[in-house]
Design a protein around this ligand. Structure first.
Ligand SMILES: [Zn+2]
Length: 345
């Protein structure tokens, strides 16, 4: 797709509060719903989702805007998906066990403290999944009794129980109950691929800041916006609101941090793993093409699901796209993720 690049003047950038940006594109509720649920696969659910998006946005369309001042991008209206959205849009899916940001965050923590005292450190992970990262923290000496987690899926929380953490909560933040329990408590708060799903960033950061001890740190990973721009401009999936509602540029992180009384201690982009990124890109292009009529991908998505016929063709044709898309291989330059550390000042 091509971006509209039309100037808009009445927005409020969630990172730097500037009011001017460029509209990258506009989606209708129906187009957004199709991104999550193909109407010919589940017409009922698609319709429900479309209606729910109209309710969330209070209108039929949503724009993706890039701030002219900090180059962060955000959806307008800036409204995150709620529980009903996620229930309609996603079926249960697995959480990744190994990620670049897990390893980088762990190395960072080891640099900050010495092994002898990590058992004493109070740690919180928000969106902990089934605990893949927290297991690694425990493996380097973290004490489960000093670790708390927030996880919204029942399934993830069930798995987290096995780690015997201090507490596993499912409350949305900011929460007064959690604040009473957690004020000035944590040395480290981790959020991996969480912040891009959330609105009201200032309120969330204020809450997290209150939960940190003096000099405490928030360590978070979000998608690399350059990888998203590459995907969108080359026929792969859109970074569709209201699943993701923001894209963090380095400047936008800086501005957001300063305004909320944090100092940026680290900003790092994931090094490029070309083959993995290429596979991801091919998959996203495949998925995007299922949404257009008259494509092979769309034809396959209409095949009956019985006897795994559709699944078989999907598998076969997605391998074929690895050959079709080779011209993009040289152009892929961006790692998928980026990590930042904000320290309470
Ligand atoms: Zn901005």
């Amino acid at each position: 797709m091509k971006y509209d690049d039309v100037v808009i003047k009445n927005v409020c950038c969630p990172f730097c509060h500037a009011s001017e940006g460029r509209v990258l594109y506009t989606v209708t509720a129906s187009e957004s719903a199709t991104h999550f649920v193909l109407p010919w696969q589940n017409p009922e659910k698609h319709k429900q989702l479309e209606q729910h998006l109209i309710n969330l946005w209070q209108q039929n369309t949503c724009q993706v805007v890039c701030c002219s001042s900090c180059q962060g991008a955000f959806s307008s209206p800036f409204v995150a998906g709620d529980k009903e959205f996620y229930d309609l849009a996603y079926q249960r899916s697995g959480y990744p066990h190994e990620k670049w940001e897990f390893k980088r965050a762990l190395d960072w923590v080891k640099e900050q403290i010495n092994d002898i005292i990590i058992t004493e450190k109070k740690i919180l992970e928000i969106g902990a999944g089934e605990g893949a990262f927290l297991k690694q923290i425990i493996a380097i000496g973290g004490n489960p009794k000093n670790i708390s987690a927030i996880e919204y899926s029942d399934w993830g929380r069930k798995k987290l129980q096995d780690l015997q953490l201090n507490d596993v909560s499912y409350e949305t933040v900011p929460s007064t109950a959690l604040l009473n329990k957690w004020r000035d408590k944590f040395d480290f708060i981790f959020l991996f691929q969480v912040l891009e799903h959330l609105d009201s960033l200032d309120t969330k950061l204020e809450f997290l800041r209150s939960c940190l001890r003096p000099q405490g740190q928030i360590i978070f990973a979000v998608p690399n916006p350059d990888a998203i721009y590459f995907n969108e401009l080359n026929g792969a999936l859109l970074d569709m609101p209201p699943n993701h509602v923001s894209r963090f540029s380095e400047t936008s992180i800086q501005k957001m941090a300063n305004r909320n009384l944090f100092e940026v201690k680290l900003f790092e982009v994931e090094p490029l793993d070309k083959w993995r990124r290429y596979q991801e890109f091919c998959y996203y292009r495949y998925m995007r093409n299922t949404q257009h009529p008259y494509t092979t991908e769309s034809f396959i998505s209409r095949l009956p699901s019985r006897w795994k016929i559709r699944r078989m063709f999907e598998k076969l044709y997605s391998r074929i796209t690895w050959l079709i898309n080779t011209t993009y291989l040289g152009k892929i330059q961006q790692g998928s993720s980026q990590l930042a550390v904000l320290q309470k000042v």
